[in-house]
Write a protein that binds this ligand. Structure first.
Ligand code: AMP
Length: 219
């Protein structure tokens, strides 16, 4: 089961990815999480990555492609994986095609900019695991603490309003062309493509995705 989630920041991809990992026993591979964990290191590269993320810009394709190539070779990916936030550019999509990684299904999350901003305002994350919370829609059991480790939750530096706007700009510039590309090529490559309305509740979207997987991916 190899699934790709595409969508602007704050559309709920990461939140949905969390239950998929548990239910289908496949890892969620989020390039955002991998890169954020890189920024915790003290190398020159990690400093550069931190700066770019903080500007709301995309990291160079080659860096991200290398990270993904390495990650999907790991043993836990044998039964498949869920890519959350990769690919984000046509170039990145071409890179996984080149190494013959066969994708079964792409799910696009669609949400208005107004709702994106509302959702991101309440977002909190546990940086090491990538677990995502929302102070109203998905609060942690203990305020501001991760449910599993009890460690503090943080507000992502790039979740500030002016940075989200930059990230949405990047999304329009690089990822909308990728969506167009997939709409053209998905059928030819036997990939199922779904666009979902991400304005529904977490539970409603979960049901929608469960049906998509049950009826189209697992068949
Ligand atoms: P995310 O957690 O998916 O919102 O990603 C956070 C940030 O990490 C993005 O704004 C980019 O700076 C960087 N990033 C994550 N995934 C990618 C990707 N596939 N290509 C380039 N940059 C990425």
């Amino acid at each position: 089961m190899r699934i790709i989630f595409i969508g602007a920041p704050g559309t709920g991809k990461g939140t949905q990815a969390q239950w998929i990992t548990d239910k289908y026993n496949i890892p969620k591979i989020s390039t955002g999480d991998i890169l954020r964990n890189e920024t915790l290191k003290k190398t020159e590269l990690s400093k550069k990555i931190k700066k770019i993320i903080s500007c709301g810009k995309l990291i160079n394709d080659n860096i991200v492609i290398q990270l993904i190539r390495k990650r999907i070779k790991e043993k836990d990916c044998n039964q498949g994986f869920l890519l959350d936030g990769f690919p984000r550019t046509v170039n990145q999509a071409n890179a996984i095609e080149k190494i013959n990684v066969k994708i079964d299904c792409i799910i696009e999350f669609s949400l208005t900019e107004k709702l994106i901003l509302e959702r991101i305002r309440g977002r909190r994350i546990h940086i090491e695991s990538g677990r995502i919370y929302h102070i109203i829609f998905n609060p942690p059991i203990v305020e501001n603490k991760d449910n599993i480790t009890g460690q503090p939750l943080i507000i992502r530096d790039d979740d500030k309003e002016e940075k989200i706007k930059k990230r949405i700009k990047e999304y329009k510039k690089f990822t909308i062309p990728l969506i167009k590309y997939y709409r053209h090529t998905a059928k030819l490559n036997n990939i199922k493509y779904y666009k979902i309305d991400a304005s529904y509740t977490t539970l409603e979207i979960k049901k929608n995705i469960e049906n998509i997987i049950k009826n189209n991916v697992l068949k």
